[in-house]
Design a protein around this ligand. Structure first.
Ligand code: ADP
Ligand code: MG
Length: 247
């Protein structure tokens, strides 16, 4: 039996007192790949931000890796965040410094690892994402797919237990998207990571998802196995899976 590594209970969240999410109660299990789904603007990114403590929920309970997030002290929070990798939509690499340094930053900021070992880790992470040859490149010298992989190398620099990825394959051609999916799968296989991925791409979902959390109008409409989601007679889910099958 795998155990819940993220739990929320009746989580409500939003901006300036306006609710985007209401009564979200979910469990995300260790070593699984959970895909968060729902139409644009339904609150997927907002959910991720609340889970990782970038936003404070309006109310409700969040627990990650056994820590309750609502009353967490700053020290504890910083310690927890070393175990959490985040790949945001933009990727946000620093453009004026080489790839190697971009990936080294989390290691320099959050550990006491000496420089020569940091360099070894950076080379390892870059080769893990297929960018061993791009150590000296500036971000501007990278293609869209390479940028995503570079941001991924940085997100996993500290060997996090959990990786959050917000639309990691958005804007990539199908072949590049598929190779990024394979990379995400291999992080789970080789490093035992737990992945929480926001994506719309049905082909990606089929390739990587163990579990689906479907958000609709600020609530969880479905939470469970991919196959159950695909077999479900919930109209929104049927629409999602069939609409994209035709195209
Ligand atoms: N910084 C913000 N301030 C106010 N409203 C926001 C902010 N960010 C997102 N929203 C609103 O919250 C809702 C959910 O947004 P978001 O979580 O980004 O959706 P998704 O990621 O599912 O596309 C949208 O209506 C959006 O306009
Ligand atoms: Mg979003």
């Amino acid at each position: 039996m795998s155990k819940a590594i993220i739990t929320t209970k009746r989580l409500s969240a939003g901006y300036n007192g306006n609710y985007v999410l209401e009564d979200i109660s979910i469990e995300i299990f260790e070593h699984e790949i959970t895909v968060i789904l729902g139409v644009s603007g339904c609150g997927k990114t907002t959910l991720l931000k609340n889970l990782i403590g970038l936003m404070k929920p309006i109310r409700g309970y969040i627990e990650i890796l056994g820590r309750e997030m609502t009353n967490i002290e700053e020290d504890e929070y910083n310690k927890l965040m070393k175990n959490i990798g985040v790949l945001f939509q933009g990727g946000a690499l620093l453009n004026s410094i080489p790839l190697s340094h971009n990936v080294a930053i989390p290691l320099e900021q959050h550990t006491d690892i000496p420089p020569h070992l940091i360099d070894r880790i950076v080379r390892l992470k870059l080769s893990l994402v297929g960018l061993g040859h791009a150590y000296d490149y500036l971000p501007s010298q990278l293609s869209g797919g390479m940028r995503k992989r570079a941001a991924l190398a940085r997100a996993i620099a500290l060997d996090p237990a959990i990786l959050f990825a917000d639309e990691p394959t958005a804007g990539l051609d199908p072949v590049t998207a598929s190779s990024l999916d394979n990379l995400l799968l291999s992080l789970r296989e080789q490093l035992g990571m737990t992945l929480v991925i926001v994506t719309h791409e049905l082909s990606s979902i089929r390739r990587v998802a163990d579990k689906i959390i479907y958000l609709d109008k600020g609530r969880v409409l479905f939470s469970g196995k991919l196959q159950s989601a695909m077999d479900s007679d919930i109209p929104e889910l049927q629409n999602f899976f069939t609409a994209q099958n035709i195209t």
